[in-house]
Design a protein around this ligand. Sequence first.
Ligand code: SF4
Length: 148
Amino acid sequence: MEKLFYDEGLYFSCQQCSSCCRYDPGFVFLSQNDVDLLANTLEMTYNTFIEVYCRWIPFGDGVEKLSLRELSNNDCIFWKDGGCTVYASRPLQCRTFPFWHSVLDSKNAWEGTSETCPGMGKGALHSKDEIQTSLLERESEPVIERKQ
Ligand code: SF4
């Protein structure tokens, strides 16, 4: 079996510094389940939630993917008063960070990302199984996209 740099697990506990939710531009891509859960939490219809809280990001060839909007200062639209206002219903992308394919691609990618996230390498040990479950969850819930 292929040897992975995270065979023995990885340490991560969010330090709540908020740097991944604020300050810099970025995308929070949404799956069908994410929209269902957030719309339900906010007591909105699916389509109204998309109209109010989402934007379509071009990916070439007329394909656009659905992301949360940001405020003009680049903060996540759900960041308020020092925290995430939809934490219990937060999108899969947020829930599974930093156990993403792009971050787990190599030890270098993990270490590079850890320069911007003080929670990586600290706190709870996450087993290889747990990490791979996060990866599978992302694969099983594709981001919503449309073709123009
Ligand atoms: S950058 Fe890391 S430590 Fe800071 S809020 Fe995000 S996940 Fe938590």
